[in-house]
Design a protein around this ligand. Structure first.
Ligand code: WTA
Length: 705
C-alpha cells in the first residue's frame, strides 16, 4: 500500500488527491436526488435573499477553508456494511423524511421491547414532543433482558480495565444480575419511580450498573462527572432535588487516588434533599461513613435477590437528567425520557458504527457526559455489543495506554474526541508505532470539530488508511448522533460531519431567518422533531423555550453555526457566540484553527476575536506546539502559513504560545475565557467548568510572548 502522506500538511487547496491504497480518494462525481434536494433548497433561498454589504444583519458567515479531499469506503467495508451504498443511504433517508412518523413507528416496533404496544407515534405541541406515549417499555429491559432472551446471556458486555491494570469481564447475564441486585438495594432505601438519584463515580462497571438499576425501577439518574467539585455537585443535586447519592471511596487517575467520597461529603452538607449515600469500595482507601446516611454498596446488596423485574414504564417517563458542561452560564439539566431516547441511541449506534455481533467497541467517553450515556450505556447495550470500559487517563502509566488497550482487546471500533487525538499528535508518533492496531476497522470522533490535519493523522496513523472515520455531530440535547457519515455509504471529507441521519432535517439560516446559500455559514437548526430530542430543561420551562425555540419559529436552534457545501455535506463552524467579526466579515473559529493545525509544528490552536478600533475585531490565536518544538521564532511563519492557507483576512493579529489551552472537563476549548484574556480583562467570567485553573494564570503571565 502506498499512501501519499508524508507530513504534507497542505491539503486545503488541493483540488484532487489520489490515494492509492485501501481507501480511495477522488473528487465527488455523483450528484443524486438527495444532494440536489439540499443544494436546491439552499440555492432557492439564497436567490431570494437581498444582496448586501458585509455589515448587514443577514450576512452569512464567510467560509475560507477549502478542503477537497474525499475518501470512499473500501469495497470490502462496503460489501459487509448494513448500509453499503449511497443509494441505500438515500432511500433510507428519503423514507425517513417522506413519512417521518411511520418511519419511527416501524423502528420502534422492530427495535424496542414493548410491554404494551403504542398506538400514538408522536404528539407534537411545539416545543413539547411525546413519542410513543401510550406504550410501556423499560430501558434496562431493552439493554439486558432483551439480549438474554435473544441468546446473548453469555456474551461479554463489558471488558473492564482499571487504571492500575486490574481487569474484570461481565457477560450480559452478569450485568443483569448486578443491575437487579442494585435495583433491589435502591428499593430498600425507599427509592421509587420518579425519584432523582445522583451518581458521582469513576468510570468503573458500577457506574453503568447504577444507571441501569435506576432505569429498571423508573428512578431518574443524574450522573455528575467524577472530576467536578463539591460545589458543582451541590448545585446540581439542589436543582434536581436528588434523593440519593451514589459514589465510591475513590477512583484512580494518573496513578493517584481521587477522593470522591470526601468531595461528596462536602457537597452533601448543602443537599438537604439527599437522604442516603451509597458508597462502592473501589480503592480500599479510608473514608468516613456518616451513620444513618451512608451505606456501603456491598452491605446494601448482601441479602437481596438476584431478580428484580423491570418496571413497565410509560414511554415518556423521565430516564435521566444530565447537566450540560455549559461553556456559558448556569448549568442546565437536560431531560431525556425513556422510549424515544432509547430507540434513538440504539439505532444511531447501529447505523453510525455499522455494528456487527463480533465487534469490540470502545467509546472512550466517561458516563459523566452524554456520549457515555448514549454510546457506552443505552446504545451499545441495547444492541447487545461487547465493549471496553477504561477507568483512567490516556497517558498513564505512559502515553501509549490507549494503543496498548486497543491491541490487548483487539478493539474493532474506536470512538474518541478531537482533544484526545490532538494530545496523541502532540505526544508523538512513537507511542503509537510500537503497537499492532490492525484489529481496528472503524474510527469515530465527537465533541468538537476535528481539524482536517488531525483527521488525516487519525486516518493514517491509527486507521492505517484503512478505516472510515465517522465525525459525529450532536449535542447533549439531541440525545444521539444527528449528522455523521454512515461508514459504508458516505464518502468522507476531513472536517465535515457529512450528512444527516435518517429522520433528521438540518437547516442553515442567517440572522434574518432566511435560508443561506450553498457554502454560506449560518445558524444550524433542526426542522422536525426526532425521538432522541430533549424534552425540556429540568424545572425550567421558560429557559427551555427561550434557549432553543424562540429565535427561529418552528425549529430547534442548536446554537452552532454550519455551512453546507454543493455536495450536500455539512461543516460545523463552531458555536454561534464564537464567530469572529473582522471588518464586517464573519469568520468561524475552526477554520482559522484548522489552518494553524495544518502547520507541522502545531498540535492545537484556539482562535478568538478581540476588540480592534479599526477592524471591529482582530484575530487572536493561542497555539500549542508539538512536543520538542520551540516556539517564538515561528510567529511570522505561522502568520504567513495561515495567510497562504486561507487568506489575508484570516491572518492572526496576535499569536501567543501556550503549553496547554483552557478546556471544559469534557475537553472542549473554552474560547469565552480566551476572549477575555485576549481583550486584556483582569476578571474572566464563569470558570466553574474549567478543567485546570492554573492555565489561566499561565496564559496571563505569557501575555507578552
Ligand atoms: C460541539 C457532545 C463539530 C458542537 C456530543 C455541539 C461538534 C457541542 C461535534 C455539543 C462535531 C460536538 N463537530 N462540533 N463532530 N460534536 N460538537 O453537549 O458545538 O457536550 O453543539 O455533546 O459540541 O456538546 P455536548
Amino acid at each position: 500500500m502506498s499512501v501519499p502522506y508524508s507530513g504534507n500538511f497542505s491539503g486545503y487547496t488541493a483540488t484532487l488527491l489520489i490515494v492509492s491504497g485501501p481507501l480511495t480518494a477522488s473528487v465527488i462525481t455523483y450528484r443524486s436526488s438527495l444532494f440536489e434536494y439540499f443544494a436546491k433548497h439552499m440555492t432557492d433561498n439564497a436567490a431570494s435573499k437581498s444582496s448586501g454589504t458585509p455589515n448587514q444583519a443577514n450576512v452569512s458567515i464567510s467560509h475560507v477553508m477549502n478542503e477537497t479531499r474525499l475518501f470512499h469506503p473500501t469495497d470490502d467495508f462496503r460489501s459487509k456494511a448494513h448500509v453499503g451504498s449511497i443509494d441505500a443511504y438515500e432511500s433510507l433517508y428519503a423514507e425517513s423524511i417522506s413519512d417521518t412518523e411511520a418511519f419511527w413507528a416501524r423502528q420502534a416496533n422492530e427495535h424496542l421491547h414493548w410491554f404494551k404496544p403504542f398506538t400514538k407515534t408522536l404528539t407534537w405541541d411545539e416545543p413539547f414532543a411525546k413519542w410513543f406515549e401510550d406504550g410501556t417499555t423499560n430501558a434496562s429491559y431493552n439493554c439486558l433482558d432483551a439480549n438474554i432472551e435473544a441468546g446473548l446471556g453469555e456474551k461479554v458486555a463489558i471488558h473492564f480495565e482499571g487504571e492500575p491494570g486490574d481487569t474484570r469481564t461481565l457477560t450480559y447475564r452478569d450485568l443483569h444480575r448486578e443491575v437487579c441486585r442494585f435495583a433491589n438495594g435502591l428499593k430498600k432505601l425507599g427509592i421509587v419511580a420518579g425519584d432523582v438519584v445522583s451518581i458521582y463515580m469513576p468510570m468503573i462497571p458500577e457506574l453503568p450498573i447504577a444507571m441501569l438499576a435506576c432505569a429498571r425501577i423508573g428512578a431518574v439518574h443524574s450522573v455528575i462527572f467524577g472530576g467536578f467539585s463539591a460545589e458543582a455537585i451541590a448545585d446540581r443535586n439542589h436543582d434536581a432535588q436528588a434523593k440519593l447519592q451514589i459514589t465510591t471511596d475513590g477512583g484512580y487517575r494518573r496513578g493517584k487516588v481521587l477522593k470522591l467520597k470526601e468531595t461528596v461529603d462536602e457537597a452533601l452538607e448543602k443537599c438537604p434533599t439527599v437522604k442516603h449515600c451509597v458508597v462502592f469500595r473501589r480503592t480500599g482507601s479510608e473514608v468516613a461513613m456518616k451513620p444513618e446516611r451512608d451505606v456501603w454498596w456491598h452491605d446494601l446488596i448482601a441479602d437481596v435477590s438476584d431478580d428484580c423485574p423491570a418496571a413497565e414504564l410509560p414511554a415518556e417517563s423521565p430516564l435521566f437528567i444530565l447537566y450540560t458542561s455549559g461553556s456559558t452560564g448556569k448549568p442546565k439539566g437536560i431531560l431525556h425520557t425513556t422510549a424515544g431516547y432509547n430507540l434513538y441511541a440504539k439505532r444511531t449506534f447501529q447505523w453510525v458504527f455499522d455494528h456487527k455481533a463480533d465487534d469490540i467497541f470502545w467509546c472512550t467517553a466517561d458516563c459523566g457526559w452524554i456520549t457515555g450515556h448514549s454510546y457506552v450505556v443505552y446504545g451499545p447495550m441495547s444492541a447487545g455489543a461487547t465493549q471496553i470500559i477504561y477507568e483512567g487517563a490516556p497517558n498513564w502509566p505512559a502515553e501509549n495506554r490507549f494503543w496498548d488497550i486497543v491491541e490487548k482487546y483487539k478493539v474493532t471500533a474506536l470512538y474518541t474526541a478531537p482533544t484526545a487525538i490532538r494530545a496523541f499528535i502532540k505526544w508523538g508518533d512513537h507511542h503509537v508505532d510500537q503497537h499492532d492496531l490492525s484489529s481496528l476497522r472503524l474510527l469515530g470522533s465527537v465533541g468538537e470539530g476535528i481539524n482536517p490535519e488531525a483527521w488525516m493523522w487519525y486516518h493514517h496513523k491509527i486507521g492505517n488508511a484503512n478505516c472510515p472515520i465517522v465525525d459525529t455531530w450532536w449535542q447533549t440535547e439531541t440525545g444521539g448522533i444527528m449528522m455523521s457519515p454512515l461508514p459504508g455509504a458516505i464518502a468522507t471529507k476531513p472536517g465535515s460531519c457529512t450528512k444527516p441521519l435518517p429522520g433528521i432535517v438540518p437547516r442553515i439560516l442567517d440572522d434574518s431567518i432566511d435560508h443561506v446559500g450553498v457554502d454560506e455559514g449560518g445558524m444550524l437548526c433542526i426542522e422536525k422533531p426526532w425521538p432522541g430530542m430533549l424534552r425540556g430543561i429540568w424545572r425550567d420551562e421558560k429557559r427551555f423555550k427561550e434557549q432553543y425555540w424562540s429565535k427561529v419559529p418552528g425549529m430547534y436552534l442548536t446554537g452552532d453555526n454550519a455551512r453546507c457545501d454543493s455536495d450536500g455535506y455539512f461543516w460545523i463552524m463552531g458555536r454561534i457566540d464564537d464567530v469572529i467579526n473582522v471588518s464586517g466579515h464573519r469568520l468561524s473559529t475552526i477554520e482559522v484553527e484548522s489552518a494553524l493545525v495544518s502547520h507541522p509544528a502545531v498540535a492545537e490552536a484556539a482562535a478568538v476575536g478581540r476588540p480592534d478600533s479599526l477592524k471591529g475585531q482582530a484575530i487572536a490565536v493561542f497555539v500549542t506546539l508539538k512536543d520538542g518544538v520551540a516556539g517564538e521564532s515561528l510567529r511570522d511563519e505561522l502568520r504567513k502559513h495561515v495567510r497562504k492557507e486561507i487568506g489575508a483576512l484570516a491572518q492572526p493579529d496576535d499569536i501567543r504560545f501556550t503549553s496547554s489551552l483552557p478546556k471544559t472537563r469534557s475537553g472542549k476549548i473554552m474560547r469565552r475565557l480566551l476572549r477575555d484574556i485576549a481583550a486584556g480583562k483582569e476578571n474572566v467570567g464563569d470558570t466553574t467548568t474549567l478543567e485546570d485553573y492554573s492555565i489561566l494564570a499561565k496564559l496571563r503571565s505569557d501575555d507578552e510572548s
